[in-house]
Design a protein around this ligand. Structure first.
Ligand code: 1PR
Length: 531
C-alpha cells in the first residue's frame, strides 16, 4: 500500500474497482481491499471492504500458514457453489501470516460478495471473494501456484465466464482434513543440482552429502535434467519443488547464473511453488561488482522462484547474532529478504550432523536423547550445524540456529540431517520433534525417506508441517506413493481419494517393468484427477 501511495495511484485504483470494472487480486491483492491490516497499522488499505486483516494465532499452530487448503463458497453446511471454477473439494496453495477472519460481523459487511472460506486450526478465514454482479475476484491463495485447480480459476476469470454458467453444485465429498483445519500435509520433491565433470548442469543425489559414484572413475551421479525432472514431479503431484544448487558457479556474473535459466524454464511448465537454495548470500561478479543477498534473491524471484533457502549464511548470521547478545541489525540476508518479500519467502536450510555424547553434561550444547545409540553406546547427541555443504562443522547447535533465524524473520525451516541423508532409513524424528518444540514457524522434515511409512512418521510422530525427499523420488517409485491422507489414524497412499479408490490398479501399474511403465505414463497422468 505504501508503494501504491507513493505513486499516487490509490484514488485511481479505488475508483476503478468501485466502478465495477474487471479486477483480480491475489494474496495481498485481496488484503488490500480491506480497511487496514495489523501487519502495517499506520497504512490504510483501499477500504473497499470493511474490516481489518489480522494475524493468525500461533498458540496452536505454525505461522505462516503455508500449504494447500480450501476456498469453498458455501451455500449451506454441505453444499458448495462453484464460482470462477473454485471447488469446495479442491485445495489451493496459501502462504501468509495475516488473513481476513471470517465472522458473522464481516459476513454482514460483505453482502455484495460471494465469500469462500478455508479453515486453519480453529480459525476460519476468507480464501476468496467474488463480486455478486461485477467481474471481480480476489483470492488469498495463489492460483498460479495451485496446480490444475488454480489454473482452472485463472481460466474462468480470464475467459470472463458469467457467474450463472459456473454456479453449479458440486457433489464431491468433503476433503479429508488434517488436525490443522483444512491444511493438507505437503510433500516436497528436492532436486540437488550441480555441474558434473563435463560441465553440464545435472540433478544429482548423495549419500550423506557425498554425490560421487562409489566405483569406477567416481563421477558425479547424474540422475537427469533439472527442468524435466521438476516437471515430472509436478505432474506426479508434488506440492512444491525445491532446487538446491550445491555447486558454486565460479567466474560467472550473477545475470548469467545457469540456475536462472533452469528456474525460468521450470516456471513456464510447473505451477506449484518453487524454492531455490544454494549460494543465497553476497555475490561478486568476475569484474568485482558486488551484489547483496537481496539482489541475488530478486534475480531468482524474477526468474520464477517463490522462496529462497539460505544455508551457510544463516549459520554465520546466527553466530554473530549470539555474539552480539541477541541483537538484530536488520542487515543480515534473512532480515533484508524477509523485510522486502515477507517472512514466507525465506526458508533456512539446516545441515546438521550428530555429535554423540554419553550425558547432556558432556557438552554446553542442547542435547537430545536418541533411540539409536551412538557407536560407543552413547544415549545422547547434540546436532552440530555445518556450512559449505556439510564440509565444516561449527560451534553452534540446531536449537540455537533455528531460534536465531526465527528471531531474524525466517518463515520456514528445512531440516536436513546429514546422518540420515540418502540412507532410506527414515527421518530423524527426535530431531524434528525437538525443532518443532523450539520454534513456531513451519518445519519441513528432510533426509532419509525410503518408503511411504516414513512420510507418515514425519507428520504423525514428528509433527512436521511438510516432508521433503529426494532419492526416493529419483528412484522412480512415483511421487504419488509418498502422498497420503490420514483418516481415522490410518495411512492412505495416493494423492487424493480418487487415487486411493484406484490404488489396486495403480499398484499394479507401479509394478510393471520400467519400459512398459514409461509407455503407460502419459495415459496414467491423463486419467489421474490431481485435485
Ligand atoms: O550453504 O546457502 O550455499 O546452501 C547450500 C545448500 O545445498 C544447502 O541447502 C545444503 O543442504 C545443500 N547441499 C550442499 N551440499 C550438498 C550435498 O549433498 N553435497 N545437499 C547439499 C543437501 C540434502 C537434502 C536432500 C535431503 C533428502 N541435500 O536437501 O535433498 O537430505 O535426501 P533423501 O530424501 O535422498 O534422503 P548454502
Amino acid at each position: 500500500m505504501s508503494a501504491l501511495e507513493s505513486k499516487g495511484v490509490i484514488p485511481i485504483l479505488k475508483g476503478y474497482i468501485e466502478a465495477g470494472k474487471p479486477f483480480m487480486g491475489i494474496c495481498v491483492g485481496l488484503q488490500a481491499l480491506f480497511a487496514g491490516s495489523d501487519e502495517s497499522p499506520s497504512t490504510p488499505g483501499l477500504g473497499i471492504l470493511q474490516g481489518q486483516i489480522t494475524r493468525f494465532s500461533s498458540a496452536d499452530k505454525a505461522v505462516p500458514h503455508i500449504g494447500w487448503n480450501n476456498a469453498a463458497f458455501r451455500d449451506s453446511e454441505d453444499e458448495f457453489s462453484e464460482i470462477y471454477g473454485l471447488r469446495g473439494s479442491s485445495k489451493y496453495y496459501y502462504v501468509h501470516s495475516y488473513a481476513a477472519q471470517f465472522s458473522p460481523e464481516n459476513t454482514r459487511l460483505l453482502d455484495d460478495w460471494h465469500v469462500a472460506t478455508g479453515r486453519y486450526g480453529d480459525e476460519e478465514f476468507i480464501g476468496a471473494i467474488a463480486h455478486r454482479k461485477f467481474h471481480q475476484l480476489a483470492t488469498q491463495f495463489h492460483p498460479e501456484k495451485s496446480g490444475k485447480a488454480g489454473l482452472r480459476v485463472l481460466r474462468a476469470f480470464l475467459y470472463d465466464l458469467p457467474l450463472d454458467s459456473t454456479e453449479l453444485s458440486v457433489a464431491e465429498a468433503k476433503p479429508v482434513e488434517t488436525s490443522q483445519g483444512g491444511l493438507t500435509n505437503r510433500v516436497i520433491a528436492c532436486l540437488d543440482v550441480r555441474t558434473n565433470d563435463e560441465g553440464d548442469l545435472v540433478v544429482t543425489k548423495g549419500d550423506q552429502y557425498d554425490v560421487r559414484e562409489k566405483s569406477g572413475d567416481k563421477q558425479v551421479r547424474n540422475l537427469g535434467k533439472p527442468v524435466e525432472l521438476a516437471e515430472r514431479y509436478y505432474l506426479e503431484g508434488a506440492d512444491e519443488i525445491t532446487f538446491l544448487n550445491i555447486t558454486s558457479f565460479r567466474n560467472c556474473p550473477l545475470a548469467d547464473l545457469p540456475m536462472l535459466g533452469v528456474l525460468r524454464q521450470t516456471a513456464e511448465r510447473v505451477f506449484v511453488p518453487l524454492t531455490i537454495g544454494g549460494g543465497i548470500k553476497e555475490f561478486m561478479d568476475p569484474d568485482g561488482t558486488k551484489h547483496s543477498a537481496l539482489d541475488v534473491t530478486t534475480r531468482y524471484f524474477q526468474s520464477g522462484a517463490d522462496k529462497v533457502s539460505i544455508g551457510s549464511d544463516a549459520v554465520i548470521a546466527v553466530e554473530e547474532y549470539l555474539a552480539r547478545g541477541k541483537t538484530l541489525t536488520g542487515k543480515t540476508s534473512i532480515e533484508t529478504i524477509a523485510a522486502t518479500y515477507g517472512n514466507q519467502a525465506v526458508v533456512v536450510s539446516v545441515d546438521p550432523k550428530r555429535i554423540y555424547v554419553h550425558s547432556p553434561s558432556d557438552t554446553p550444547h542442547h542435547t537430545i536423547r536418541i533411540s539409536r545409540p551412538g557407536p560407543n553406546g552413547e544415549q545422547y547427541a547434540w546436532y552440530q550445524c555445518t556450512i559449505r555443504g556439510g564440509r565444516e562443522g561449527r560451534d553452534l547447535d540446531v536449537r540455537q540456529l533455528v531460534r536465531g533465524v526465527e528471531a531474524m524473520g525466517a518463515g520456514e525451516i528445512l531440516l536436513n540431517c546429514m546422518d540420515q541423508d540418502g540412507t532410506n532409513e527414515g527421518y530423524d524424528l527426535e530431531l524434528i520433534r525437538d525443532v518443532k518444540e523450539a520454534v513456531g514457524i513451519p518445519v519441513i522434515a528432510s533426509s532419509g525417506a525410503g518408503k511411504v511409512e516414513h512420510f507418515w512418521e514425519a507428520f504423525v510422530e514428528g509433527h512436521a508441517d511438510a516432508a521433503l525427499a529426494a532419492g526416493v523420488f529419483h528412484r522412480k517409485e512415483g511421487i504419488f506413493l509418498a502422498k497420503f491422507e490420514m483418516t481415522n489414524s490410518k495411512c492412505q497412499f495416493g494423492m487424493s481419494r480418487s487415487i486411493w479408490q484406484r490404488k489396486d490398479w495403480l499398484f499394479e501399474w507401479i509394478n510393471l517393468p520400467d519400459e512398459r511403465r514409461i509407455r503407460h505414463r502419459r495415459a496414467v497422468i491423463r486419467s489421474i484427477i490431481f485435485r
